[in-house]
Design a protein around this ligand. Structure first.
Ligand code: GDP
Length: 470
């Protein structure tokens, strides 16, 4: 138990340099106290401005959140479309897998911080008991009895902006709740969510339901309304998910037990931990052998893993460098293949390579609590690596790299006959890629080149249409 080796509880480290609030009851979320024992200290310090925004947010959440004194009053006003509500809300709604959900939760929280809204999450059974409560003395769970568990009776953002256009700038009757869908769909009309005139409308609506599977933080940086504030909050622009992710996502005690048990059994003894995330989006199009070749090309060529020479002989006994590979994949075959390859073999570097895989679910499952728990455990374990290899386009990998402060080696998606790509390339930023950025400036002109208009943004390496912060 690593707690035994740290006689002094260093509060500054434990609270991630002020990112986390003090005052939580310890036993309810052990990972919040212990995670710093498993991670390297982050060289990225949260700005004092971000810290003050978070402490201020926690105050608002305590007052306006489900256990707060202003919750019921505010909700009643919103439901009766009465005069201005005391509190404003942002209800997050899931779409897609857990990685997608986590990057969109972080983006939604960013939006809540910028607009002084209280973020509540619609967690059904599939996500219960996976994360700790992130906000001191309150809950982020949308209460079971809330009428906002579905949005059927709620006006959509799309219809609002159409009405606005038709109304020719004369005064609009604004609803008291609005459903905003920021999910990725090819060929949808531009939403202009990144524009001041949209935000000026939305800001007047006390309750928003937001559905997204996207990390839309770059679009907030593009919005003049928010830009100055964001620049103040984040001195290093490529640390947004790193900070917000470490602030929001603490493994529940059950998840923490699984994570730490696996860690102690397999990872703790390693001289170097290599995380290898193999996400196969279309197993029928991409045969296992091709993927295995890609993985080996990447890892061996870049000297992350050594070549196998032959059967181990006794002189290897005093070679003590142990590299442990943590494989995360839906398919147990990848871990098994690597294990077979390295077990009892001598290697070109003399290192001993151990391979472990925590789960192999075979397929992605929806609305399944145990399955989500395993996914979270895998993402968290990957984030504890020293070196990380991830798969292009995968938000599952984005979560691991952001939590872990890791710039991964990015496996390129295999496209048949596309041999001119290297097997993998090093990422330039640990931020998640935003796969569905705006295509137009607020004037309606198409955006040709992000980097020249928005200084902190670059095209993603793994998705040509995506952008990310750096
Ligand atoms: P993405 O589709 O790669 O962007 O990541 P998502 O997390 O959004 O969706 C993939 C889902 O498939 C995960 O949430 C898991 O449910 C499952 N999955 C994919 N890869 C793995 C893996 O390596 N380990 C585990 N436990 N589950 C995985």
């Amino acid at each position: 138990d690593p707690t035994l080796h740290t006689p002094i509880h260093n509060d500054k480290e434990k609270l991630l340099n002020g990112l986390l609030a003090s005052g939580f009851e310890d036993a309810s979320c052990v990972s919040r106290l212990q995670s710093h024992l498993y991670r390297k200290v982050s060289p990225h310090k949260p700005s004092s401005y971000l810290i003050s925004k978070l402490r201020n947010y926690e105050e608002i959440h305590r007052r306006c959140g489900p256990n707060g004194k202003d919750y019921h009053k505010s909700m009643r006003k919103i439901l009766n479309s009465g005069d201005a509500s005391i509190c404003k809300y942002l209800i997050w709604t899931p779409a897609n897998g857990l990685g997608n959900q986590m990057v969109s939760m972080a983006a939604t929280f960013m939006y809540a911080l910028l607009t002084n809204r209280v973020m509540l999450v619609r967690f059904r059974k599939d996500k219960q008991g996976i994360f700790c409560e992130p906000f001191l003395n309150s809950t982020w769970l949308l209460p079971e009895k809330s009428p906002f568990w579905n949005e059927n009776h709620v006006e959509t953002y799309q219809s609002l902006i159409e009405k606005e256009k038709a109304n020719n700038n004369s005064k609009l009757d604004l609803p008291s709740s609005l459903f905003l869908n920021l999910q990725y769909r090819p060929n949808l009309p531009e939403k202009f969510f990144h524009c001041d005139h949209s935000q000026a409308l939305i800001i007047k609506v006390p309750l928003l339901i937001l559905q997204s599977d996207q990390y839309f933080v770059p679009s907030l940086f593009m919005t003049p309304f928010f830009n100055k504030e964001l620049e103040k909050m984040f001195v290093e622009k490529d640390t947004v998910f790193h900070h917000l992710g470490r602030y929001l996502f603490h493994p529940s005690n059950e998840a923490w037990r699984l994570i730490t048990n696996f860690y102690q059994a397999h990872l703790a003894k390693a001289d170097e931990k290599i995380g290898l995330q193999i996400r196969v989006f279309n197993p029928t199009l991409t045969p296992q052998e091709a993927i295995m070749n890609l993985v080996l090309n990447c890892t061996i060529h870049n000297k992350l893993l050594p070549k196998v020479l032959g059967m181990k002989n006794s002189s290897d006994k005093n070679k003590t460098i142990v590299k442990v590979v943590l494989v995360a994949s839906l398919y147990p075959e990848y871990g098994d293949n690597l294990k077979t390859m390295y077990t009892n073999k001598s290697t070109s570097s003399g290192e001993i390579i151990e391979v472990h895989q925590a789960s192999g679910e075979e397929q992605q499952k929806f609305n399944d609590n145990k399955h989500n728990m395993k996914a979270w455990v895998d993402m968290y374990l990957l984030s504890l690596s020293d070196v990380l290899v991830t798969t292009s386009l995968s938000t599952f990998g984005y979560v691991a790299q952001g939590l872990g402060n890791l710039r991964p080696w990015l496996l390129y998606k295999i496209i048949s006959n596309d041999t001119h790509f290297p097997a993998c390339e090093r990422e330039f930023s640990m931020e998640p890629c935003y796969h569905a950025p705006p295509k137009h400036y607020c004037s309606g002109k198409p955006i040709k080149d992000f980097a020249s208009s928005f200084i902190y943004m670059r095209k993603c390496k793994d998705f040509w249409f995506g952008v990310k912060l750096l």
